[in-house]
Design a protein around this ligand. Structure first.
Ligand code: FES
Length: 156
């Protein structure tokens, strides 16, 4: 799922649409990520000016939340659950296997740009742990074989 290139005009329109909301920073950041696939660094001063915050304050918000990407994602995004129920069902080994197979760490994209690997903290699929989400589609009861098939299928 390629993201459109970011544009200052589009970013300013998004910021303007949300700037008067209560706690506007998060809705703005989510809307920017929805539009561009990530939060471009160049939007930080635009947000700061619109909300009368410092750039450091905006940067702090962007980096505090795991959900915000700092670079465009790959064509597919695999989110592996890192919360307790999934960890207790083998999630750590799966995470290591995924990172080794993709040669990518958390928040990184494979060298061919096909897949971005991200952590997520509970998908509400604890009864089907370990769980993941590929391009927004939940997948439960993962094991090494199913994970390999999921990853390889997405990268074709
Ligand atoms: S802990 Fe992984 S889905 Fe809930």
């Amino acid at each position: 799922m390629p993201s459109p290139s970011w544009s200052k005009e589009r970013a300013e329109a998004i910021i303007e649409a949300h700037r008067r909301r209560e706690g506007a920073a998060l809705p703005i950041l989510h809307a920017l990520q929805e539009a561009f696939g990530y939060v471009p660094e160049d939007t930080v001063p635009l947000i700061a000016e619109a909300l009368n915050l410092t750039r450091a304050e905006v940067h702090g918000i962007v980096t505090f939340y795991h959900d915000f990407r700092h670079a465009p994602p790959g064509r597919h995004v695999l989110k592996l659950c890192r919360a307790e129920a999934c960890q207790s069902m083998g999630g750590d080994a799966l995470a290591e296997a995924a990172q080794a197979r993709l040669q990518a760490g958390w928040g990184e994209t494979t060298g061919d740009g096909s897949l971005t690997l991200e952590p997520v903290y509970c998908l509400g699929l604890c009864a089907c742990a370990p769980a993941a989400m590929l391009d927004g589609k939940p997948v439960g009861r993962l094991d090494a074989k199913r994970l390999a098939a999921l990853v390889d299928g997405a990268r074709r």
